[in-house]
Design a binder for this molecule. Structure first.
Ligand SMILES: [Zn+2]
Length: 218
């Protein structure tokens, strides 16, 4: 089963609020730009019914709370068509409850429909500070050959997806590889890390490996 991007399934308690300072989103924005250039994040009339795809987030570790709510900054919903984003395109998810399919957010734009998946990744380990969700047919279709752990075929942005991410973290080599694919979400791939470089280069490294595999097949 594949699901279309851009359909908000979870319950989002969103409150409009001010944008974050540029300094807090500049690194996010630079990495997003690279992902857009690489075709890993964006919007294309010929892909996924024309919905925006992919998103990037970072934890606000300076306000990491003891209650493990893991506040993080993420791109706003349906920003995929914009080549360049401004602080007005980012929003803070202040609390995320993957098991309840619910999150709380505040900022100038409502959060991406895949914030719950990002929240589920942050909940794995307090050292995870960056998450990239991209759409790569190259990586996704070659996941087995690349050794990329895959979730079961469950829809994204659901408690089932959050549970699958947790299962992979415990049962597969996800913790070492920091990449997984989403079987129920066409071309959906997630990487993460303690730094933007760790998360971003993990995605690019696997894309390059996938392109080499395709080269050999053709
Ligand atoms: Zn997606």
């Amino acid at each position: 089963m594949s699901t279309k991007e851009g359909i908000v399934k979870y319950q989002c308690e969103y409150t409009p609020g001010p944008a974050l300072p540029v300094a807090q989103i500049s690194e996010l924005n630079a990495w997003r730009k690279l992902m857009v250039i690489s075709g890993l994040i964006g919007q294309d009339a010929n892909r996924y019914g024309g919905y925006g795809f992919g998103n990037i987030s970072r934890r606000l570790d300076d306000i990491d709370l003891a209650d493990r709510l893991h506040p993080f900054v993420i791109t706003g919903t349906q920003t995929g068509d914009k080549a360049d984003l401004s602080p007005n395109d980012y929003v803070v998810v202040t609390a995320c409850y993957p098991a309840e399919n619910r999150l709380v957010a505040a900022g100038p734009v409502a959060p991406s429909s895949e914030s719950l998946t990002h929240g589920a990744v942050y909940a794995l380990d307090s050292h995870i500070l960056w998450v990239v969700h991209a759409h790569s047919p190259e990586i996704w279709h070659n996941a087995a050959a690349l050794g990329v752990p895959m979730t079961a075929d469950v829809p994204y942005g659901t408690p089932e997806m959050a549970a699958e991410v947790r299962r992979l973290f415990v049962e597969s080599d996800l913790a070492q590889k920091r990449i997984f694919g989403m079987a129920g979400h066409e071309d959906g791939v997630v990487t993460y890390g303690a730094t933007a470089e760790a998360a971003g280069f993990a995605m690019l490294t696997y894309l390059v490996r996938a392109l080499q595999l395709q080269e050999r097949k053709s």
